[in-house]
Design a protein around this ligand. Structure first.
Ligand code: ATP
Ligand code: MG
Length: 262
């Protein structure tokens, strides 16, 4: 249950709306004509989303903040609606070369953000601490993991995975990272990035955090995991060619595994 403040009610007026059914977290996202209201249970991540969105206003295309309010257990972020469509929209999925090119541009734009005065830290020091908290408090969503992560040929349990991640911690190449760089969180309009959304995990992290989740999201969206429609034409090579980078498969695997604990 949530109760909107008069300030937010006034800003919304009588605009028609619909509920988003894409997001998988327990947040409620209400889409208006030109605004979006995201209501989340108060957590470090939900508060961070507002802070980092504010910090990014003049640095990257992110939603404008119209209002932010916090009650005992919920926070309410009213933001501008990003123009364009999610990068997993049919028109983009049908053009893999163009889509991957735009996503690679999106990654490079993040890496250009000056992190010298950025205080939002999502390095492995912080991520592994958070992962430990999630494991110890039974917060790992076991219904939403890659098939091969746990079980016969995988890890016995989240505890075992955490231990492996701590032991096999790679060197980090620090950049500004989105933190959850999957297709529904990157909006495109025409031939450019029109907005990054869902910023609760954004901050300084290893470059491969975003590359890994981008790669995983491309695979899942092309194989029809979310909408039963398969698309042809995605090759990992395109992503690495556009990024002008040699794939570091150990790191890609590491960050996909790390994400299982969130
Ligand atoms: N500012 C915005 N402009 C346009 N669409 C938005 C905006 N914010 C959210 N949406 C839509 O709502 C969806 C869910 O929002 P968001 O990703 O922030 O929520 P979430 O519940 O945290 O999702 P996730 O499952 O990725 O954690 C987005 O994929 C997008 O389609
Ligand atoms: Mg999202």
């Amino acid at each position: 249950m949530f109760i909107l403040s008069d300030k937010i009610k006034n800003l919304i007026g009588n605009e028609s709306f619909s509920y988003d059914d894409v997001g998988m977290s327990d947040s409620t996202v209400i889409i208006f004509i030109d605004k979006v209201l995201k209501i989340q249970t108060v957590s470090e991540e939900s508060e961070h989303e507002y802070e980092v969105m504010k910090w990014l206003q003049d640095k990257l295309p992110v939603p404008g903040i119209l209002a932010y309010e916090k009650t005992d257990d919920k926070n309410y972020l009213l933001m501008t609606k990003v123009p364009g469509e999610m990068s997993c929209a049919d028109q983009y999925m049908r053009n893999p070369e163009q889509l991957v090119n735009l996503l690679a541009e999106g990654l490079k734009m993040l890496w250009k953000v000056d992190i010298s005065n950025c205080t939002y830290m999502h390095r492995l020091d912080e991520k592994l601490q958070m992962a430990k908290y999630n494991v110890q408090n039974n917060l790992v969503d076991m219904d939403n993991v890659e098939l091969e992560t746990f079980g016969e040929n995988g890890f016995q349990s989240p505890e075992h995975l955490l231990k492996w991640l701590i032991t096999n911690r790679p060197e980090e190449e620090l950049v500004f990272s989105h933190g959850d760089f999957c297709l529904p969180n990157v909006f495109l309009s025409g031939k450019k990035i029109s907005g990054y959304i869902d910023l609760g995990r954004a901050g300084i992290a290893d470059r491969w955090q975003d590359i890994a989740l981008c790669y995983r999201s491309l695979l899942h969206n092309f194989e029809g995991k979310y909408c039963d429609k398969k698309y042809q034409g995605f090759r990992a090579d395109i992503l690495f060619e556009k990024l002008d980078i040699v794939p570091d498969w150990d790191k890609i695997r590491y960050y996909i595994l790390l994400d299982e604990l969130f």
